[in-house]
Write a protein that binds this ligand. Structure first.
Ligand code: GLU
Length: 279
């Protein structure tokens, strides 16, 4: 089986050192395995993606010395595919309409606490019809209860981690999708959730190895559930440690000075950056 991996940035900011490390890790792994490296633009969230970040990511990755297969997959061009997948789940009673706002769900939550995982249920038909008539906004949520029933429990949901989760998790991992609650698969402003588009595309593109930062380790637990429900293969995962800056904090899109464009403008060469990152 050919080794296929990808780098899948979202154009919600300029790429920074952390992205460079991730992209180079995947690119090198593909090279070492004599496999394929794909670039995928995850631009489904129109509320956060910007054309200038989109254009910049190609420029920045080429500057870094990366090459990828053309044409690339751009998620915003395939929304109908993701909606069809959600529709298939809906037809099996695995998703339900949720009219609660994030604010309503988070009542009583302190600002520093993580968002409350929400577990709900479909509304009685009459109430739902009434709310739809009134034009109330809703999200499609995946029902953990229905998913558990459909799969006969989550015990069979495992994935292979060849890197490491943030707490040292490695090897065969038992997925715990329940910790995320009933996740949102689609909402009014963002028609498709990231998790759904990722599992759909990884399967469609024949991705055998998902190589990405540890900040996405928890996502693998949810994505493993979606793979089971959509009858898609599970790739091998390799989550890598996150780069930290001199302050000990990991790089983020908000650290403007650490974007690849800033480094380039400051006179850094791609060779120097690659060497600094260990490539
Ligand atoms: N698009 C996601 C991000 O920018 C990464 C998706 C993935 O690698 O699975 O954080």
């Amino acid at each position: 089986m050919t080794f296929v991996t990808r780098f899948a940035p979202s154009p919600t900011g300029y790429l920074h050192r952390g992205h460079a490390f991730s992209a180079l890790t995947a690119f090198q792994a593909a090279g070492d395995a004599g496999g394929r490296f794909l670039l995928r633009v995850e631009d489904i969230d129109a509320t956060r993606c910007r054309p200038e970040y989109d254009a910049a990511l190609f420029e920045d990755l080429a500057w870094l010395g990366l090459g990828w297969e053309e044409p690339i997959r751009r998620q915003s061009e395939h929304l109908a595919d993701y909606h069809a997948a959600i529709e298939a789940l809906r037809a099996r009673g695995l998703v339900y309409r949720c009219f609660k706002t994030r604010k309503e769900i988070d009542i009583g939550r302190a600002p520093h606490e993580p968002a409350t995982p929400y577990v709900g249920a479909p509304l009685p038909a009459a109430e739902e019809a009434e709310r739809l008539d009134r034009g109330e906004a809703f999200a499609w949520r995946l029902s953990l209860a229905a998913a558990r029933a459909a799969l006969g429990g989550f015990g069979g949901l495992t994935f292979v981690e060849t890197g490491m989760g943030p707490d040292g998790e490695t090897g065969v991992i038992q997925a715990r999708p329940e910790t995320a609650g009933d996740i949102v698969l689609a909402r009014k402003d963002v028609g498709v959730a990231y998790h759904l588009a990722v599992v759909h595309d990884d399967a469609l593109q024949g991705v055998t190895h998902v190589i990405r930062g540890q900040d996405l380790f928890e996502a693998a637990h949810i994505q493993r559930l979606l793979q089971a429900l959509l009858d898609l293969p599970t790739p091998t995962y390799r989550h890598h440690g996150l780069l930290v800056g001199p302050d000990g904090k990991r790089y983020a899109k908000r650290d403007k000075a650490q974007t690849l464009r800033e480094l380039r403008e400051a006179g850094m060469s791609p060779q120097a950056l690659r060497a600094e990152l260990g490539f």
